[in-house]
Design a protein around this ligand. Structure first.
Ligand code: A2P
Length: 328
């Protein structure tokens, strides 16, 4: 297996191009999956408070470090500030809780998870707080509590000053919001993590980030697959069933998943496929021993349908009774 290249962030830190996603990595298995992934050569883990499993991810990291598989400084760990912690006084406690759960004394990259500010829920009341403010209420719903991005960002910058995080960034941000943030940030965002796959290529956003020194991370690299289990998509829609991708894979002796990940890496961004299956997670890291031609890259990019699965404009109303679009 050829080794995984890295992209260099503003701080000079190196972010391996393929990381292990941990969203929906279930309790009881995630610690061993993380340990196995580190044994298999992963050096980049993508985590978040909202995934509700950082404590177990931390156990996996510790097991690997204790077994001599890697050192702390060899791995790149990302986490994300949840929507209920956007007020300046909540940013540091939220980061410290994540650090405690992960068992780390710094995070490599800390992102604002969504440009959506929700009413604060005390840590001792519910953690992670998720989207609905009061699940016991007669009409449970998401409650928006607007906070200026400049306030949250200044508190994120203080985390860098305090040495708790090395780089800071955002997730699910569009070009306008990023342009505004770049105009005043003292420490500029290093990364924007967004949904990216052959059915949602986001050419303009990817280019804008590149031209402004913001490294892109693509999540849900197989499209529908990640959303089928939560009723937000049909599995048949997965890019892994696409004929064009399948044929390209056959030519290179690679799976459709490997072709999708290779396409992402050749587009120049980092990618964080989740797998709780050891063979699949090994397969996902094994994408650096072949190259897609210009024609193959264009054929895959040509599959774009602007199909977004993780769209708050849809799921906030359907699941949380509050309409809150962010991409329009
Ligand atoms: P599993 O964990 O059973 O492997 P995401 O888009 O959030 O990163 O999730 C990826 C989804 O695709 C998960 O449902 C995961 O399931 C599945 N998956 C991950 N890697 C592969 C692969 N190489 N081939 C097929 N399915 C995969």
């Amino acid at each position: 297996m050829s080794s995984c290249p890295s992209l260099v962030l503003r701080s000079g830190a190196k972010m391996p191009q393929v990381g292990l996603g941990t969203w929906k990595a279930g309790p009881g298995v995630v610690a061993s999956v993380v340990e196995e992934a580190l044994r298999a050569g992963y050096r980049h883990l993508d985590c978040a408070c909202d995934y509700g499993n950082e404590h177990e991810v931390g156990q996996g990291i510790k097991a690997a470090i204790d077994a001599g598989v890697c050192k702390r400084e060899d791995i790149f760990v990302t986490s994300k500030l949840w929507n209920t912690y956007h007020h300046k006084e909540h940013v540091r406690p939220a980061c410290e809780r994540t650090l405690k759960d992960l068992g780390l004394d710094y995070i490599d990259l800390y992102l604002i998870h969504f440009p959506i500010s929700l009413k604060f829920v005390p840590f001792e009341k519910r953690y992670p707080p998720e989207w609905i403010h009061d699940p016991e209420a007669a009409n449970p719903k998401m409650e928006v509590d607007p906070v200026p991005l400049s306030e949250t960002w200044a508190a994120m910058e203080e985390l860098v000053d305090a040495g708790l995080v090395k780089d800071i960034g955002v997730s699910n941000f569009n070009c306008q919001l990023l342009a505004d943030l770049l105009s005043y940030a003292r420490i500029k965002p290093s990364v924007n993590q967004v949904e990216l796959h052959p059915y949602l290529t986001q050419e303009f956003l990817v280019r804008f980030c590149k031209e402004n020194g913001v490294v892109v991370t693509g999540y849900s690299p197989f499209g529908a697959l990640s959303y089928a289990s939560i009723g937000m998509a049909k599995e048949e829609e997965s890019v892994l069933n696409n004929e064009v991708i399948g044929k390209i894979g056959e030519k290179h002796g690679k799976s459709p998943a490997q072709v999708s990940l290779r396409w992402a890496c050749q587009r120049g961004y980092t990618v964080v496929p989740k797998s709780a299956n050891i063979d699949r997670l090994k397969q996902n890291l094994n994408v650096f021993d072949f190259e897609l031609s210009q024609e193959e890259m264009e054929a895959i990019s040509g599959l774009n349908r602007n199909r977004r699965y993780n769209d708050p404009g849809v799921f906030t109303e359907l699941a949380f009774n509050t309409f809150y679009p962010i991409h329009n």
